[in-house]
Design a protein around this ligand. Structure first.
Ligand SMILES: Nc1ncnc2c1ncn2[C@@H]1O[C@H](COP(=O)(O)OP(=O)(O)OP(=O)(O)O)[C@@H](O)[C@H]1O
Ligand SMILES: [Mg+2]
Length: 387
């Protein structure tokens, strides 16, 4: 049996619709289907207000496709139903726009004396969190490539993997071994591709199940921040754990953040989660540096042709509506996934490639959003040039 769209569609006829009536194909809910290298990509349209409830439908569709012989992977996204008004129509708005005025310069706000209580980390000029409302949208991938992009701009950069439940940096950066201590009190960070790196993954075995309670997570984070010999850094990028629960909120509060970058996938549904992420940082007065739309569109590996199967553009529209800078669109490409799995992030593996260019442009925007804060925080940093 050859793997083609018809095979996929036939299999998807076994997946029941949202109300257990009919099937998702007959109901017209399945988007264009794209197949590349044995991997299948498509989206399923569902009403926005039933997103969480219908996660099981998404999983069922993914499982159905994965069970087809020859399928090496499947990626299914839920896309919100769009009626008339298009993106961001009124019923999908759980909350009104933020208190921050439209087109505010978030960083400028932070200089006006917010977060006075948090002690700075000596030697680190700016700490930037990469976060999202929900898991699996590409935070860690964005964090590592943003860090490499910032480094490519001439900055001294570190990366702190704050995802204590599911650390990613050892794998993404291909780092093995344990950090050493220089003086018995502080740990020396690991290094890869010119980045200083610290992750709970270095300290705990990958197979060890980690059941951390909230307070322990926070103290572990504090140690990774303050008991590590980071040296002089222009930027420390923090890869946050998914979600917007108490642990994340406390982390956002504990770390003296210069700002936060929110990663979202394009669908309206993910954007609802992204808004949760935005709100979390707002609650603790952390400036929003902007939103990255990850898996924005799909680039076919064979033809290089672009497909908008995931409803590209949603994050940009949302960023505009919220008055938060839009930092860029990262396409879904095999390169990004494969280089990540191989421990050679795409910005390092192929610095002249299309993806690296996208990430460097995002890094430049992040830098310019941080601009005033960084110059204020570090008047002795002559080599940082902002355009
Ligand atoms: N632009 C992209 N193109 C292709 N694959 C991608 C892209 N971004 C992320 N991925 C893949 O999607 C998966 C999830 O990415 P990642 O681990 O970065 O997400 P995350 O938000 O950090 O997840 P978690 O919430 O579990 O920490 C990974 O397999 C990654 O390689
Ligand atoms: Mg992650």
């Amino acid at each position: 049996m050859t793997l083609d769209r018809h095979t996929v569609i036939d299999r998807l006829r076994t997946v029941k619709g949202p109300d257990q009536e009919g099937d998702i194909v007959s109901l017209g809910l399945v988007s264009e289907i794209f197949i590349a290298d044995g991997k299948v990509f498509f989206s399923v349209t569902v009403p926005a207000n039933r997103a969480e409830e219908l996660e099981s439908l998404r999983q069922a569709a993914e499982a159905a496709v994965r069970s087809i012989p020859g399928v090496k992977g499947a990626m299914v996204a839920l896309t919100a139903e769009k009626q008339g008004g298009g993106m961001g129509t009124a019923p999908q708005r759980p909350k009104p726009a933020p208190a921050r005025p439209a087109a505010a310069h978030p960083v400028a706000g932070s200089q006006a004396g917010q977060q006075p209580a948090k002690a700075d980390v000596p030697g680190i000029k700016a700490i930037v969190a990469v976060a999202s409302g929900k898991g699996g949208v590409g935070k860690s991938t964005t964090a590592v490539n943003l860090a490499l992009g910032l480094k490519a701009l001439g900055l001294k950069v570190g990366i702190l993997d704050a995802d204590i439940y599911g650390p990613s940096m050892p794998r993404l950066l291909g780092i093995k071994g344990k950090p050493q201590t220089a003086d018995g009190k502080t740990l020396k960070p690991m290094e890869a591709y010119g980045l200083k790196v610290m992750s709970m993954g270095f300290l705990v075995d990958e197979d060890t199940p980690m059941i951390w309670r909230g307070p322990m997570v926070v103290s572990a984070l504090r140690q990774m921040l303050r008991d590590v010999a980071w040296g002089e850094l222009d930027v420390l990028v923090v890869d946050m754990p998914p979600g917007t629960g108490d642990v994340q909120l406390t982390m956002a509060q504990q770390v003296p953040l210069a700002g936060a970058v929110i990663v979202s996938t394009p669908q309206d549904l993910a954007l609802i989660d992204a808004r949760k992420g935005l709100n979390m940082f707002k609650r603790v007065d952390v400036p929003l540096l902007g939103i990255v739309e990850n898996m924005s569109y799909f680039v076919a590996p064979d033809t290089g042709k672009r497909y908008d199967i995931f409803g590209h553009g949603g994050a940009k529209a949302e960023a505009e509506r919220l008055g938060v800078p839009f930092l860029g669109e990262v396409p879904l490409t095999m390169d990004v996934r494969e280089t990540s799995d191989a421990g050679t992030p795409v910005v390092a593996a192929n610095p002249d490639g299309a993806q690296a260019i996208v990430y460097r442009a995002i890094a430049e925007k992040v830098m310019s959003e941080m601009g005033s804060a960084m110059t204020a925080a570090a008047e002795d940093a002559p080599k940082i040039v902002f355009d």
